[in-house]
Design a binder for this molecule. Structure first.
Ligand SMILES: [Zn+2]
Length: 389
């Protein structure tokens, strides 16, 4: 009894240790991973908001660039118009100059040849006008016309210069807009890279979180399973102790009447009421490096178990590993073993028939859930039970 309690305590302790180890694996807890997920999400939202602001700014720059481009095109048209005007003004000025020279030449033909020479040798209109200041007989009409044409040329030249200046300013603005655009685009690219980096971290963290949650679930499930098994073992041990002290038999429940035989083999199935076969002969299970020595039949606690064949009960009682177990000898070196019963209803020395009830399924001894471990041995060596069924 004391031994059983110690075992149960040790089991609960080891499961508890396993549970805390699993949840904190890699020094990250579920809470920490969840907190990190929230932080990353808010970082991503902030970066996204910054990127959106930059995109708005970029759009406004592009709008401004389009507007400036339109103004530049309009300015180019105005400049070429002004250039054409200037050409025309210069042509008009030249025509006036030439016709004036002809008239002056005619007026002074045969007269003041010195003046005529001065006039004809003028290098340009300005020079001529300066010289003409001294020519009292020069027609005031011609002089006024020439001045008017010259002023036109000057005005058009000024207009053209002003347009070219405006064009240069627009051009400078456009150049600066282009570099602003490049800058905004670079900022957006780096913001996108930052968002992608945060997204990677979010994905990694989500995987970690899912992993931690799955491990915690598994540990919890295992703990509940082990606690249930430990409680059942403790209860069965207590029941076994109390019954064996009163009448020396491990039986606590009456056997159901009548033999239960299934199949046509030498052996009948020892637990036809099973839910499913949870383990097979020869199987290597994760918790035990040795091949399994029998078949495990998972069944609800209390499901009847039967002698596989007629024989003599060699053992009916308690084992630390097999729990409440029954061993039946069938002669010629063939023996069957039935383990982990919640209670048994035969006693050592008793003769049993094929299909006679020997006990009830339980989870006593080294067991993690209610099942019947059915083992067949020939001359002391475990063999496959299916060979006889
Ligand atoms: Zn087993």
């Amino acid at each position: 009894m004391k031994r059983r309690m110690r075992k149960v305590t040790a089991l609960v302790l080891s499961v508890g240790m396993m549970l805390s180890m699993t949840i904190t694996s890699g020094a990250v807890t579920i809470d920490e991973a969840q907190k990190k997920a929230d932080e990353l999400q808010s970082q991503k939202s902030a970066a996204q908001a910054e990127k959106d602001t930059l995109a708005v700014k970029l759009n406004s720059i592009i709008d401004q660039m389009n507007k400036t481009q339109e103004e530049l095109s309009a300015k180019e048209t105005e400049i070429s118009t002004a250039e054409e005007e200037l050409v025309q003004a210069k042509v008009d000025e030249d025509d006036q100059y030439n016709s004036m020279k002809k008239r002056i030449k005619f007026m002074y033909e045969g007269g003041n040849t010195q003046f005529l020479e001065i006039l004809m040798s003028s290098s340009n209109i300005g020079d001529l006008l300066n010289k003409a200041e001294y020519v009292s007989k020069l027609s005031s009409y011609d002089r006024d016309m020439l001045v008017a044409f010259q002023e036109t040329v000057k005005a058009v030249e000024e207009k053209e210069a002003k347009l070219k200046d405006e064009y240069e300013k627009l051009n400078t603005l456009q150049t600066s807009l282009v570099s602003q655009q490049t800058e905004a685009q670079n900022l957006i690219s780096s913001k996108e890279a930052q968002i992608a980096e945060i997204q990677d971290q979010i994905t990694d963290n989500a995987n970690l979180l899912a992993d931690l949650k799955a491990k915690a679930e598994e540990a919890k499930r295992l703990q509940e399973e082990q606690a249930a098994a430990a409680a059942a073992a403790a209860a069965a041990a207590k029941k076994n102790n109390s019954t064996s002290s009163s009448n020396g038999s491990s039986s606590s429940r009456p056997a159901s009447s009548g033999n239960v035989v299934s199949g046509s083999g030498y052996f009948t199935h020892p637990c036809p009421g099973m839910t499913y076969q949870s383990s097979y002969f020869g199987e290597v299970r994760s918790f035990d490096p040795r091949p399994h020595k029998g078949n495990d039949y998972a069944a609800p606690t209390g499901t009847p178990t039967y002698a596989a064949a007629a024989g003599t009960v060699i053992t009916a009682g308690w084992s630390n590993s097999a729990g409440n177990w029954v061993v039946i000898s069938h002669g010629n070196g063939l023996v069957t073993k039935y383990m982990h019963h919640s209670s048994i209803c035969v006693s050592a020395g008793q003769r049993v028939e094929k299909g006679q009830q020997i006990g009830y399924v339980g989870s006593t001894g080294y067991s993690t859930g209610a099942h019947l471990h059915f083992q067949v041995e020939l001359n002391g060596t475990p063999v496959n039970p299916n060979n006889y069924m």
